[in-house]
Ligand binder design. Structure first.
Ligand SMILES: Cc1cc2nc3c(=O)[nH]c(=O)nc-3n(C[C@H](O)[C@H](O)[C@H](O)COP(=O)(O)OP(=O)(O)OC[C@H]3O[C@@H](n4cnc5c(N)ncnc54)[C@H](O)[C@@H]3O)c2cc1C
Length: 412
């Protein structure tokens, strides 16, 4: 390519020969028919080489936008290039909502579900669980349509881009709802020890943040319907708006005044019109069983000075169990420990390996879209349905059109 294409964080320069911007599904089909290697690039917010290729990249951002609400108003069909931020506004206009969002609205729906992107909430499963229908062009150029009647759907939704080009998705929707957001400072370690699951369940969506310079959590962000006042588990209400990352401008964050507002203006931490998070960063994340949440916190605490030396912020969230084969929440109510690192791969990777070492006894499952150093065999072993997924890849992409080095290593 004449100009190098990178992921959002800039830590990955894609080795692709060309970046295509098809304007129709037919053009996508022609690109696949021309042969691989091919990969789809969503909004590029993943931090590893999963979207990389030595062949051609396809961006679906230029496809005509599709937002088709079903007659019973229980689902919406969208195109494979739409971002959550755009979809959320359209759904709100229709009086509808998604059950949850990630921390940012900037990501594409297809890319997010391919990696099992999630928000928080003990009763909220990840975003991929909303997918009731998947339309993709497989490695042989066939248009495949899967719905919940087809057993393959549970394997194909969190598909890592390995089965084909997802050109449309159908998502469950719910009636629009409103939430308030509150931020609390300084959550005492004693509260985490005694009440972790109660705290994470005390709202529609709850996040705890820490920089690991101490054992208390620095902040709690609560998104809920009921108003709050006074201390919360020993933490004090913040005296003004906050950004999750220390030192970043609070204006980039969603409203924290406690006023009721539409779901899509409260569930994400970051506003669509600003850069989310820090910008200069790497990210990693590990999911453990909810019952092991405190053990995972203690494990990271045991190496906290190492972690703090390359960390911007760590976020702790709850995610409900699901039945998607490659979901880190597969048949396991989960607690996820997310790390926003400094933008220095060489300094961060040894610490990532240390985090993986201390979490290993808890059978952690990594976030597919973030930085991890776990051996591929350990990754495969962490996902009970991994071999079924590998079989699905062989069936839908027998010639390896969508394979790349990252996927070859993971699939083994
Ligand atoms: C600032 C920031 C905040 C984040 N917050 C969260 C969070 O709150 N929760 C969370 O779980 N994650 C979070 N993430 C991670 C992010 O949600 C995932 O990396 C997600 O995959 C990004 O979507 P994307 O469209 O950018 O995907 P990309 O990175 O572009 O692609 C991811 C994978 O999906 C494939 N793919 C993309 N589109 C298609 C398609 N149409 N057909 C087939 N394959 C496709 C790609 O080939 C690739 O393998 C965050 C990332 C950033 C940068």
């Amino acid at each position: 390519m004449s100009e190098s294409v990178t992921n959002w964080a800039g830590n990955i320069v894609f080795g692709a020969l060309r970046l295509h911007h098809p304007g129709s599904v037919e053009e996508v089909r022609d690109l696949v028919a021309a042969g691989g290697p091919l990969r789809v690039l969503g909004s590029g917010h993943s931090f590893n080489r999963m979207a990389d290729t030595t062949g051609d990249l396809i961006s679906l951002a230029g496809l005509p936008r599709v937002v088709e609400v079903s007659a019973d108003r229980k689902s919406v069909r969208v195109d494979g290039g739409i971002r959550y931020g755009e979809l959320a506004v359209r759904l709100q206009e229709e009086g509808l909502a998604l059950h949850n969002t990630a921390s940012l609205p900037h990501i594409s729906v297809a890319g997010a579900v391919a990696t099992a992107t999630h928000g928080s909430g003990v009763r909220n499963a990840n975003l991929a669980t909303a997918v009731s229908g998947l339309e993709f062009i497989d490695g042989s150029g066939n248009m495949v349509v899967l719905t919940r009647d087809n057993a393959d759907l549970s394997g194909a939704v969190v598909g890592l881009g390995a089965l084909g080009v997802v050109t449309a998705l159908t998502l469950d929707v719910v009636p629009a709802f409103s939430l308030r957001q509150y931020v609390y400072d300084a959550v005492p370690r004693a509260s985490l020890v005694g009440h972790l699951s109660e705290m994470l369940a005390d709202g529609y969506s709850v996040s705890l943040f820490t920089d690991w310079t101490g054992l208390d959590a620095n902040m709690a962000w609560l998104k809920r319907t009921e108003p709050m006042s006074g201390p919360w588990f020993g933490a004090q209400p913040a005296d003004g708006p906050r950004h999750p990352v220390p030192g970043m401008p609070a204006q980039n964050s969603t409203d924290q005044s406690g006023e009721l507002g539409p779901w899509h203006t409260r569930l994400p931490h970051f506003r669509m019109e600003f850069t989310p998070s820090a910008g200069a960063e790497l990210q990693s994340e590990y999911h453990v069983a909810a019952a092991d949440g405190l053990a995972a916190i203690d494990a990271v605490a045991s190496i906290r000075s190492q972690v703090a030396s390359v960390l911007q912020v760590c976020e702790i969230r709850a995610i409900a169990a699901d039945s998607l084969w490659l979901s880190p929440n597969y048949e396991r109510d989960s607690i996820a420990l997310h790390f926003t690192w400094i933008a220095d791969t060489a300094a961060v990777e040894p610490v990532v390996a240390e985090v993986e070492r201390v979490l290993a006894p808890l059978n952690p499952r990594p976030h597919w879209g973030k930085v991890f150093t776990m051996a591929p065999a350990d990754v495969r072993a962490a996902f009970p349905r991994f071999q079924d997924f590998a079989e699905l890849v062989r069936r839908y992409d027998p010639a390896g059109t969508f394979r790349n080095e990252w996927l070859d290593a993971i699939l083994g």
